[in-house]
Design a protein around this ligand. Structure first.
Ligand code: ATP
Length: 374
């Protein structure tokens, strides 16, 4: 196993593009780290710098406390698995998996034993004599994993390995890779733009945007305590709702004034948050100012009541996804979503519904910087 340290890493490509900015991350032995973020945010560049396939413009990379910036890729004891599988088409599965062992000049018997062990782990024994062109996407990906794990490297780097697979196979392979991680004594660094993969596989997630780390944390931490609107909206599905509001504080509580429907005083509604001393300190600078309010679809409930605590809106869309129903509506021009588990509801487009906000789970963000306040 291996630990890694990325210290103040920057990547500026030859054309001057600054793809990775001040990237700092410590990875402990045996972690499963997922780098996640939208296309072009620099995830693959970070992975390729760790692998030694890309130079580091500035900063320091350590593996097991050894300085690695200039170490050749082949000497880093790292295996990399790509989205494109990168299998040799003219070789059989057996030959593909044994390829790295042949290069390392292992004996025939050693090679045989290792290929057997790996093919059992990945359940591909029956494919060993086939050529890649005759395999399904999932089978190819297993072979690519086989070729990576057969050398027993200290570190696995995986770049969107599941993105060519259909959704059922992705779910299956997600579980396979997580199992593999617990079976092998190795550190995994996995790149994806899919937050579900990140949330289900990572022991810690690194969320990136525009070359910069936005947050590092366990899946639960980033879901429950997002640093900013970007992370809040990137993690969780459907995305967190963001509404405009104004902070009002009175004796007992913090009130968030939200305008709904028509732009007049009468249509303003209040979300009331219980006032803790800590919250008051944080919110002090925001009184009577505009803020952004974050509400997860699961913290809004459709309500049978029509009292002053409930909001009302016209339904613009309804999606039924298995046990869940997503109900969409507009609040003052902002598109909003409620997630409800009640499949027996018969809510439809155009209905005027009442809903209730779970005030314990209300997030507040600075209007300009979009950083989280409380
Ligand atoms: P994706 O999910 O689409 O693969 P990513 O987050 O992995 O995206 P990178 O591939 O790391 O992103 O690319 C980050 C940025 O650097 C992108 O804007 C990309 O266009 C740019 N980039 C990548 N390789 C080069 C290169 N060789 N020269 C110049 N710019 C590059």
């Amino acid at each position: 196993m291996a630990n890694l340290k990325l210290k103040q890493i920057n990547k500026i490509y030859d054309n001057g593009f600054h793809a990775v900015k001040d990237f700092n991350l410590k990875i402990e032995e045996g972690e499963f780290i997922v780098l996640v973020g939208p296309s072009g945010c620099g995830k693959t560049t970070v992975l390729r710098m760790i692998a030694g396939l890309e130079t580091i413009t500035d900063g320091e990379l350590y593996i097991n406390d050894s300085f690695m910036n200039h170490m050749a890729a082949k000497d880093r004891d790292i295996a990399m698995v790509f989205q494109s599988y990168a299998l040799f088409p003219h070789l059989t599965v057996y030959e593909n998996i044994s390829f790295p062992l042949k290069i390392n000049k292992l004996s025939r018997e050693e090679i045989h034993n290792k290929v057997k062990e790996v093919s059992e782990i990945l359940e591909i024994e029956s494919l060993l004599n086939k050529k890649p062109s005759t395999l399904s996407g999932g089978q190819k990906q297993r072979v690519a994993l086989g070729r990576a794990i057969v050398r027993k490297p200290k570190i696995f780097l995986m770049d969107e390995p599941l993105s060519n697979l259909d959704s059922n196979l992705r779910t299956q392979m997600r579980i396979e890779i997580s199992k593999l991680h617990s079976k092998l004594d190795a550190t995994f660094i996995y790149v994806t733009h899919d937050q579900i993969e990140a949330m289900t596989m990572g022991t810690r997630i690194v969320i990136m945007e525009d070359g910069k780390i936005q947050q590092i944390g366990t899946p639960q931490e980033v879901y429950e305590n997002p640093n900013n609107i970007f992370v809040a909206r990137f993690i969780g599905s459907p995305s967190m709702n963001i509404l405009d509001g104004i902070v009002v504080v009175n004796e007992e509580e913090i009130q968030l004034k939200v305008s709904i429907g028509e732009d007049n005083e009468d249509s303003a509604k209040y979300i009331k948050i219980p006032k803790t001393q800590q919250d008051v300190l944080k919110i002090n600078n925001y009184i009577n100012k505009r803020i952004k309010i974050g509400l997860r679809p699961e913290s809004i409930e459709v309500s049978a009541d029509w009292d002053f605590n409930t909001f009302k809106a016209y339904v613009t869309m309804v999606e039924r996804v298995g046990l869940d129903t997503y109900i969409y509506f507009d609040i003052h021009g902002d598109n909003c979503c409620v997630k409800t588990t009640n499949i027996n509801n018969d809510i439809k487009i155009g209905d005027y519904i009442s809903f209730y906000i779970d005030k314990q789970k209300t997030y507040l963000f600075d209007y300009e910087t979009e950083l989280r306040i409380i």
